[in-house]
Design a protein around this ligand. Structure first.
Ligand SMILES: O=C1O[C@H](COP(=O)(O)O)[C@@H](O)[C@H](O)[C@H]1O
Length: 373
């Protein structure tokens, strides 16, 4: 898994630095950023010398006292770091199914993924390496604007190659601002919205007009504004008799759509490290033979949800995490630490394994969310 930045292990790249293409884990991904490359050598040496425990690696000042060269927390300012993900460690791979510790519904087995659908550790098995970028911006509004700009560029580029990109949208705190920004910036880009296929990484199983619905806000501020036509919502209570049926129907729809793989999956991150509706300690984390699973007893309301599984989310060229606020800083740190358990920090199970094209993992963070890196 990837390391947090700031330990001198990998050179960083300034925004706009020339990308050198996909490389193996032990090779630098981008040319060093001038401002970071000019750090005093003594600081880099100190960072290497400090003994660190597994959970504190990469947290300057946490183990060895405050670092005089480094103000607390990562500085905002549109800095882009880039590294390459490492093949997942064995301990991080999803384990055999364990009993639910909370009131989660047992996920239904036997809804097999298409043959081309890679298992959760497909990236590891095939030795796939995917570049990892961190973009730290000052405020949530800048995170939304930067991600929206890149989203529009990505869609236009995919369509320019003759593709019809499939995208998984996120819910959560950042989604509203992100979607607003996409709609705002859209007129400047040549995107045919009838040729982008929208899905969701997770959804709340509530009434269709509930303000808890991830899709409702996305439609109002983005999809209906730009005129998207291929929008696949997860079923609400009006569309399926129960949450299990909702998950089954969504998996069936995705399986029959012939999409193959996502071009892009966008994800938020909960303070507990959850992504989509895959929560710490829940049995859905271990499901690798199904596209979508029901969740009951969610620790975050509302209690009933549908979520894509890790294999479904990882069947993508790109994953973008969008995370803001200091309440997420510990989760960001745990997600990017060298070691950790996917059952404690579900974000660690996100390892895109592209079947085609170049892969990427990008973390768009505001400064508070990055303050433990
Ligand atoms: O409930 C959800 O939570 C996560 C994280 O959301 P946040 O509000 O803590 O940012 C989100 O990614 C997911 O889509 C959503 O349904």
């Amino acid at each position: 898994m990837a390391r947090p930045p700031g330990r001198g292990a990998r050179p960083a790249a300034a925004e706009g630095a020339e990308r050198l293409g996909d490389r193996r884990a032990d090779q630098p991904q981008c040319r060093p950023a001038a401002r970071l490359a000019q750090r005093p050598a003594a600081r880099a040496g100190r960072a290497r010398e400090q003994p660190r425990t597994r959970h504190h690696r990469g947290r300057p000042g946490h183990q060895g006292g405050p670092d005089p060269d480094q103000p607390p927390g990562r500085q905002a300012g549109d800095v882009q770091l880039a590294r390459t993900t490492r093949p997942a460690r064995r301990a991080e791979a999803p384990r055999a199914a364990r009993p639910a510790r909370r009131g989660a519904a047992p996920p239904r087995r036997g809804r097999h993924l298409p043959r081309h659908h890679p298992p959760a550790d497909e990236a590891q098995r095939r030795g796939v390496t995917v570049p990892l970028e961190l973009r730290v911006l000052a405020e949530p509004a800048q995170v939304a604007a930067a991600a929206a700009e890149r989203f529009l560029q990505r869609m236009a580029a995919a369509q320019g190659r003759g593709e019809e990109p499939h995208v998984a949208l996120t819910g959560g705190t950042i989604a509203h601002a992100l979607h607003q920004q996409i709609a705002l910036q859209a007129p400047a880009y040549d995107v045919d919205w009838s040729r982008v296929v929208f899905w969701w990484g997770d959804e709340r199983y509530v009434t269709p007009d509930s303000s808890e619905r991830n899709a409702l806000d996305a439609r109002q501020v983005f999809l209906d504004v730009v005129g998207a036509t291929q929008v696949h919502e997860m079923p609400s209570t009006a569309g399926a008799p129960d949450v299990q049926a909702a998950a089954t129907a969504y998996g069936d729809l995705m399986r029959s759509s012939g999409g193959g793989e996502f071009d892009l999956v966008m994800l938020g991150l909960g303070p507990d490290g959850h992504v989509a509706s895959l929560f710490p300690g829940f049995p859905q984390l271990d499901v690798d033979d199904t596209i979508a699973v029901p969740v009951t007893g969610s620790p975050k309301p509302p209690p009933e949800r549908v979520s894509l599984t890790f294999p479904a989310l990882n069947r993508t060229r790109a994953v973008w995490f969008l995370v803001t606020g200091d309440g997420k800083a510990d989760a960001v740190h745990r997600a990017l630490a060298d070691e950790g358990d996917v059952h404690e920090t579900p974000a660690r199970g996100i390892k895109p394994a592209p079947l085609s094209g170049a892969g990427e993992t990008v973390w768009f963070l505001d400064a508070p969310a990055a303050n433990q890196l």
